[in-house]
Design a protein around this ligand. Structure first.
Ligand SMILES: [Zn+2]
Ligand SMILES: [Zn+2]
Length: 137
């Protein structure tokens, strides 16, 4: 039974990771995560790209240049628009699973927050989480 699994809002696209534990978990305040989440940051459970299995025909991909200058691929539901994962080949071949889409995200504990230079004043998150100004990816 995979621990890291979830779906989009409408349920047409589901996913799981064969990774038993995340490589790391990170809160990202970058402009792209703000746009795609419609919120101040995204909370990401990072697992190897190759460990993620999708099911459902509605999945779409949006490829965009990340902060590293390399392409990142954002997987989302073409029916309801929920962001599901972001593939980061330039960041150790990890995929960022959007924690809020998981069946159970209660255990998620962010290790780090990144892009803190872009934090919005209307969002406060736990200051105990280690901060980095720039995106390591
Ligand atoms: Zn959907
Ligand atoms: Zn981001």
């Amino acid at each position: 039974m995979p621990k890291i699994k979830g779906s989009c809002l409408c349920g047409e696209v589901t996913y799981y990771s064969t990774a038993e534990e995340p490589t790391m978990t990170a809160v990202c305040h970058c402009p792209d995560c703000q746009k795609q989440s419609g919120s101040a940051f995204s909370t990401n459970v990072l697992v190897p790209i190759s460990s993620v299995v999708f099911e459902g025909d509605c999945r779409k991909q949006y490829v965009v240049k990340g902060a590293s200058g390399e392409d990142v691929t954002r997987n989302f539901c073409g029916n309801c628009g929920s962001p599901l994962t972001t593939e980061l080949p330039a960041f150790n071949d990890l995929a960022a699973v959007k924690a809020g889409t998981m069946v159970d995200s209660s255990w998620v504990k962010p290790d780090i927050q990144i892009w803190c230079d872009n934090t919005k004043p209307w969002s406060k998150i736990d200051e105990d989480i280690k901060s980095a100004g720039a995106n390591p990816g």
